[in-house]
Design a protein around this ligand. Structure first.
Ligand code: B12
Ligand code: SF4
Length: 498
């Protein structure tokens, strides 16, 4: 009996180590036979999966599913497989599967959803299906019984140092690891590594919260270092993208890791919070920069303290702190990548516009303080964080998620997932256009440093073309900037990462 694990296509160009599915494979490695199909590296994954089902005794298919483009393969392939092989058990995990489990299970196509970490749940579920052990003993499991949603006990985050190591060697036999260590802004061979789960905060717009409930646990610095050195030794590597939701929660762990990696000539990047890292000492920031930390992604969200409160951003983050911190980072030569979420709900249309105008002015002030701050703009797309002030407002506005899997792959919902067109009742098309047009002008006036293919003359041409628009607030219809961006194949990091 074999288990097939599928990573639906998420990237057009740059495949990353498929950590989600690889960690699930680790959980059954040595117990059951498994094979991975990586949609990022297959021309026709549906055909490959069917061929494998025909050749091997595959009884279980596990898909990892995050919102956005992965749905384009995950949904039709699952529907088709269930039609052709009705006895095949379909198991979905990942952020989309968990947060939209009702729709997923009610489709009649997916048999089980794993809610959060799959490391204990997956082997226990297969054991149940193979050997008839008690289904109630499978943690983090959601399924349908007589039309009713059943949720088994939810485990906390496991001690990551005790989990099975990722089976890189077996992955390498299926897909050469060198294909995953691509060129990015950080280096020529970039390793994607995930060193912690969850996050201690409860931001009302964040998909991590309903799954990990303000819990966070990290692998020890030593183990992270050892894993990375092993990858470098076996496959090469000169840069690391940390894919943690919040890599920098523990200053102690970050500094320990920095001390270990500092002589290895690695460049690295991760995601953190402004208020957390603002508490780091100057000495810690100096050490992490010397150890190769070149850029950090921060959820700045908005400069508006009221909205930060409604978002339940938590901690001590304020508009004033966001600006102060941008200035502080200059001294350490670490590029802060600030992500903003524009278009939060407000009681009146006038107020929604006011928030948008103020956020745009705030972003421009941040750029004035430290022009090296990279700006990422998202339009607020709700996640079902039941009970949060923000989601209550969203529901009150009449917003509803799609009720079927088919609807999720309609073009407008795909854009929703990419946080480009949020379909929220309080945002008019004019508002979304205004935000997008400002983003185009901003990216013209300050092209991202992470697009390493962009030549200096192209940067200058973009800046010159955008100068009047940026400074005179003439954001409407920036066709000439868009044309240049298209011509130069300008690459925005929020779409596919670096
Ligand atoms: C790497 C990554 C990407 C990569 C692609 C990854 C790939 N598969 O090839 C790129 C950069 C392309 C990407 C893009 C996007 N991403 Co993304 N991405 C991530 C990131 C940083 C890491 C995922 C990962 O490898 N995790 C490591 C593994 C080990 O953890 P895990 O996935 O949670 O897996 C465990 C469990 O969930 C479970 N599990 C997961 N899958 C399965 C499957 C089975 C069968 C089982 C049993 C269990 C199981 O078991 C695993 C082990 O315990 C996550 C954040 C995060 N830290 O997870 C965001 C994240 C998943 N992405 C997110 C989003 C929104 C996107 C985008 C859609 C939007 C955007 N503009 O950023 C885009 C576009 C999507 C696209 N192009 O497909 C959100 C999802 C939020 C939500 N609303 O649900 C996240 C959570 C980031 C965030 N905090 O907002 N992403
Ligand atoms: S700090 Fe970041 S990862 Fe944590 S809850 Fe807030 S948005 Fe989510």
């Amino acid at each position: 009996m074999s288990v097939l694990l599928f990573n639906p296509r998420s990237n057009l160009y740059k495949p990353r180590i498929p950590n989600s599915i690889l960690q699930v494979a680790a959980s059954i490695d040595g117990i059951y036979e498994w094979i991975i199909v990586d949609g990022n590296l297959e021309v026709d994954p549906a055909q490959k999966i069917e061929q494998l089902i025909a050749e091997k005794n595959i009884k279980y298919c596990g898909f990892t599913v995050m919102p956005g483009p992965q749905l384009k393969q995950a949904i039709p392939i699952s529907i088709d497989l269930k039609k052709k092989f009705p006895r095949l058990k379909m198991i979905w995990g990942g952020y989309f599967a968990t947060n939209q489990h009702k729709t997923v299970l009610q489709s009649g196509v997916i048999d089980f959803v794993i809610d959060g970490m799959g490391d204990k749940a997956f082997p226990a579920l297969i054991n149940h299906l193979e050997n008839g052990t008690d289904l109630n003993d499978v943690p983090n499991l959601i399924y349908l019984k007589n039309g009713e949603i059943i949720k088994n006990r939810k485990d906390g985050i496991y001690d990551l140092d005790t989990l099975q190591p990722l089976p890189y060697t077996k992955l390498n036999d299926l897909y050469p690891m060198k294909k995953y260590l691509g060129k990015t802004y950080l280096g020529t061979k970039t390793i994607a590594y995930h060193s912690s789960f969850g996050c201690p905060f409860t931001c009302g717009f964040c998909a991590v919260v309903p799954i990990y409930n303000a819990r966070w646990k990290g692998k020890s610095a030593q183990l992270v270092y050892d894993d990375i050195m092993l990858l470098c030794k076996n496959y090469g590597g000169n840069a690391i993208e940390f894919h943690d939701n919040n890599f920098f929660v523990s200053e102690k762990r970050t500094v320990e890791f920095a001390q270990l990696i500092k002589n290895e000539n690695m460049v690295w990047w991760g995601e953190g919070r402004i208020d957390t890292i603002d508490k780091y000492s100057d000495e810690s920031l100096t050490i992490i920069r010397e150890a190769g930390c070149k850029m950090i992604f921060f959820g700045a969200e908005t400069g508006n303290d009221e909205v930060l409160k409604m978002m339940d951003k938590g901690g001590t983050q304020t508009g004033a702190q966001i600006k102060k911190f941008a200035a502080r980072m200059k001294a350490f030569d670490i590029v802060p990548e600030y992500s903003f979420v524009l278009g939060a709900p407000a009681p009146t249309e006038k107020q929604v516009w006011k928030q948008i105008y103020e956020d745009i002015e705030f972003i421009k002030t941040v750029k004035q303080i430290n022009p090296d701050v990279e700006i990422i703009i998202y339009v607020y797309s709700p996640v079902p964080s039941e009970g949060s002030e923000m989601f209550e407002k969203v529901k009150a506005s009449g917003f509803k998620f799609p009720a079927t899997l088919e609807e999720w792959i309609s073009p407008q919902w795909e854009n929703f997932d990419l946080r480009k067109n949020p379909l929220t009742p309080w945002l008019t098309a004019d508002m979304v256009d205004y935000i997008r047009n400002f983003e185009t002008v901003l990216n013209g006036y300050y092209p991202t440093v992470s697009d390493y293919k962009l030549k200096n003359w192209q940067r200058s041409a973009l800046k010159l073309t955008s100068n009047i628009r940026y400074n005179k607030k003439l954001y409407s219809k920036p066709y000439e900037i868009k044309a240049l961006q298209k011509l130069f194949k300008y690459r925005q990091p929020e779409k596919e990462g670096f």
